[in-house]
Design a protein around this ligand. Structure first.
Ligand SMILES: NC(=O)c1ccc[n+]([C@@H]2O[C@H](COP(=O)([O-])OP(=O)(O)OC[C@H]3O[C@@H](n4cnc5c(N)ncnc54)[C@H](OP(=O)(O)O)[C@@H]3O)[C@@H](O)[C@H]2O)c1
Length: 246
């Protein structure tokens, strides 16, 4: 991946950080993104310390279209070239019964989980298509494939992201941009820590019977970006310990 530039949203934490590490190790210039500058600079420091190339670009993707378009423009400026790898990973995992969902939670989930990927792809994929190459991976969730109480809005945004993955494969695939998704199962991250034992209980229902390490999700993302997946377009790769299969 040397010579390529990768924008990984939500890479100040958890799965996004693991993806950023894998891409930097393979030679990509990684643009680390999130709201928290302290965590972002720490991740960049780690990547550079390991010999990688990385820069932090702060962004609050809860701002929807305007925030995403602004991030895309700044990413191209910092990289001084086109972004050729985009990982739509940032998300808010708001959980509440439908009747109790605060409007702010609904709006934040739609803006961060759905509008931001939509407008980032709109801003970055045409330039990838012009060069005839690019890879986009959307981080979805098994919660977008079957229903879990309290996860109506979150699941709906992830289900929509899977549909967008196919739409974008149709739109950009013929011009060399591969668009795929990973549907993630329970994974140990700072974000999922608030679920406590419920995360382990959810994971126990799958054949793997355990919670994933973020590196196990990152390796699937790297596969989809890499040339090893050159014939893979519009796919949703389940990395959920087998939960949706069984
Ligand atoms: N962990 C799991 O069990 C699990 C299961 C299924 C799917 N997933 C999916 O995997 C992805 C990563 O999850 P994770 O568990 O690694 O989450 P995490 O530890 O909570 O990290 C979330 C990342 O998203 C960023 N983010 C959140 N809101 C943002 C906003 N408004 N603007 C910009 N960045 C924002 C955060 O950065 P800042 O705080 O710096 O803004 C952080 O880097 C998400 O798409 C999630 O839905 C996770």
């Amino acid at each position: 991946m040397t010579g390529s530039t990768a924008l990984v949203t939500g890479s100040t934490s958890g799965i996004g950080t693991a993806i950023a590490k894998e891409l930097a190790q393979r030679g990509a210039h990684v643009l680390v993104c999130g709201r928290d500058a302290e965590r972002g600079e720490r991740v960049v420091g780690d990547l550079r310390g390991a010999g990688g190339r990385a820069d932090f670009i702060p962004a609050d993707l809860g701002g929807g279209a305007a925030a995403a378009k602004d991030l895309a423009a700044r990413a191209q400026r910092v990289a001084d070239r086109n972004v050729d790898i985009l990982v739509n990973n940032a998300a808010v995992g708001i959980i509440a019964p439908t009747a109790d969902m605060p409007e702010s939670g609904f709006d934040a989930a739609i803006a961060t989980n759905l509008a931001a990927p939509y407008y980032l792809v709109g801003a970055l994929a045409p330039a990838m298509a012009e060069t005839g190459k690019g890879a986009i991976v959307n981080i979805a969730s098994m919660a977008g494939e079957f229903a879990l109480p309290g996860m109506s809005v979150y699941g709906a945004t992830k289900a929509a992201l899977l549909f967008l993955t196919k739409s974008w494969a149709a739109e950009f695939g013929p011009r060399g941009v591969r668009v795929n998704a990973v549907t993630v199962g329970p994974t140990r991250t700072p974000g999922s820590a608030e679920l406590g034992e419920a995360l382990d209980a959810l994971a126990a229902q799958a054949p793997a019977g355990r919670v994933a390490d973020p590196a196990e999700i990152a390796s699937a993302v790297v596969f989809l970006i890499s040339g090893a997946a050159s014939f893979v377009h519009g796919a949703a790769l389940s990395v959920d310990g087998g939960r949706t299969a069984v």
